[in-house]
Design a protein around this ligand. Sequence first.
Ligand code: C5P
Length: 315
Amino acid sequence: MTSAPTTRRSVTVRVPAKVNLELNVGPRRPDGYHEVSTVYMAVGLHDEVTVVPSDDWSVLVSGPYADRVPRDETNLALRAARALARQVGVDDRVSVLIHKEIPVAGGMAGGSADAAGALLACDHLWGLGLPRDDLLEMAGDLGSDIPFVLAGGIAVGSGRGERLAPVLARGTYHWVLAVSPTGLSTPAVYAECDRLRAAAGGAAVPAPEPTTAMMTALRSGDVEALGAALSNDLSEAALSLSPGLGEVLVAGLEYGAVGGLISGSGPTVAFLTDSPEAALDLCVSLTASGVAGEVRRAKGPVHGAQVVPGPSARG
Ligand code: C5P
């Protein structure tokens, strides 16, 4: 093990959340994961991850969801930093400071964003300059959604979701996000999906693939077509575990959303609108109705993880 040529005292990385525009879930694999075909969009709700050289590994969390983030060795950002140090043979340690704006256990890749941030921040702090493909591969080993939040934009994910392919897409989209006060566990939602499939007769599940409707909508930049193409095979499972989400979905569509769906494994409900003004209106209506917990706006697509220039913003 060697000490890395530390180039800066601390490094901050900004990482976006994601919405799955479509999530097609195939069969459960022997390793317990499900084969998926998904279309990710990075949206403008960001966590900031700062790494600071330290005598020991630690995590500190600030922001609205701070109290729901683990600070022990199960923290995904800490695991990412340690895995990178191990892999490249660096024996330096860091404190990971997370400023959390992405809902926790919300189906928006919040934990994955922090892991992606820690990887990129440590890469810079330790002056590694790892090739992008190496970082993406490490990210995929750590979690299915981590490569995407590193990459950002819009992409198709296959395998567990970690294998990315570009998508021809145009347009900027305005989202309203209804965030639940309590989260859903991703493994529990996938398990519920299996249970519901078995209860319905256990018919063979076809290999998942992107739909033509989604690809056409993105290529044309047609917001109405995109709204109509939104789909999520985990919806039924998320609704089964959290039935109140149905009411949120109905309310958002009644208040004028162009489309809506549960994001990933939920419970965040993402509504698509056709303008920034419509997004603001929907935000106000949903908040006033009291049906949704917290309501946020975000536009997408946005960049993936990026180093914040200059001295670190927080810490
Ligand atoms: O990859 P990640 O750690 O985010 O996955 C969390 C859990 O979600 C997995 O342990 C698995 O139970 C479930 N999962 C799955 N199929 C996927 C992705 C996640 O079953 N494609």
